[in-house]
Design a protein around this ligand. Sequence first.
Ligand code: ATR
Length: 288
Amino acid sequence: MDISGKTKLYALIGDPVSHSISPKMHNTAFEENEIDGRYLAFQADQENLKETVDALKRLGVRGWNVTMPCKSLMAEYCDVLSKEAQISGAVNTVVNDNGVLTGYSTDGIGFFRNLKEQGLDITGKKIILAGAGGAARAIAAQAALEDIGELVIFNRTVEKAEKVIDDISEEAEKRNIKISAKDLYDREALKKDLEDAYLFINATSVGMNPELGEERLLEPEWLPSQLNVADIVYNPIETELLKAAKERGCNTINGLGMVLWQGAYAFNYWTGTEFPVEIVKEQVFDVS
Ligand code: ATR
C-alpha cells in the first residue's frame, strides 16, 4: 500500500531495537489487512523516554510497543493501565487515543494464548516458572489472572522471585491459586516440583547462547514425559532445554508463539482488527 497524507504511524521504542522482528510483523499485518499504517523502530532510553513519548503524542502516533529498558518507566507515563500492566508494573503496548495513553502488557497474555493454540489446557494445573526478570514478571502477572491451580517461581536470585510472588498475591488469592517462590539452586526442590507439574516454563535468558556452553537449568532426567516444556527463548528456536525435553518424550513449546501472540494482541488493541496470524507465521517466521 502507498504511503499517503493519512498514513498512521506505529512504533517500537527501546534500546536495542534494530534486531527486532516487530516492524516486519506489523507491516506485514497492515498490508494484509489493508490498513493505511506503517510501523518503525526508534531508539529510546530511560533518560529521553518522556521526551520521546511527548513527541509520539504530538505527532499523533496511534500506538507503540515498548521494549527494554523502558517497559517499567512507560507505565508511569500512561493515563490508564490494564490489569496485567498494573500487576506487572510494566507496559509493552500503548494505545494513544487523542493524547490519552492506555498501557497494556501483552507478553503474558500472548504467552498463554499460544499455549491454548498449542492445545494445552492449564485449568487447575501446576505451573513452574523459571526466572524473575521482565519476561517472567509478565508471565507471572497473567498467570495470576488465569484459572491455574498453582504457580511456583524458581529464580537464581530468590528475593526477586519473592517480590514477583508478592506483587501477584492479591490477584492469585482471589482465584485460590497457590503461589510460592523458590531458589533455582535448590535442585532437590526443583526436581520434586517437576514430578507433578503440568508445565515448566523457562523465562530466564539461559539458552540464548549455546555456543558459550551455558549451565543447565535442570537435568534432563528430571523431566517426566507427561510434562509440557515451554521456552521463551526463540533464538535458537530449539534450545538445549527443548531438545532435551523432546528426547524425554515431553511436549515442547518454543518461544516464537509468544512473540507472535504478544504482537497479535497489540495489533488488535491499536486497529480493532484481527492480526493475520497464519500469514505472519508464514511470511515473517517462515513457519506455518
Ligand atoms: P528479561 O527481560 O528477558 O526477562 P532480565 O530481566 O534480565 O531479562 O531477566 C533475566 C532472567 O534470567 C533473570 O531471572 C535471571 O536471574 P537473576 O534474577 O538471578 O539475575 C535469569 N538468568 C540469567 N542468567 C542466568 C543463569 N546463568 N542461570 C540462571 N538464571 C539466569
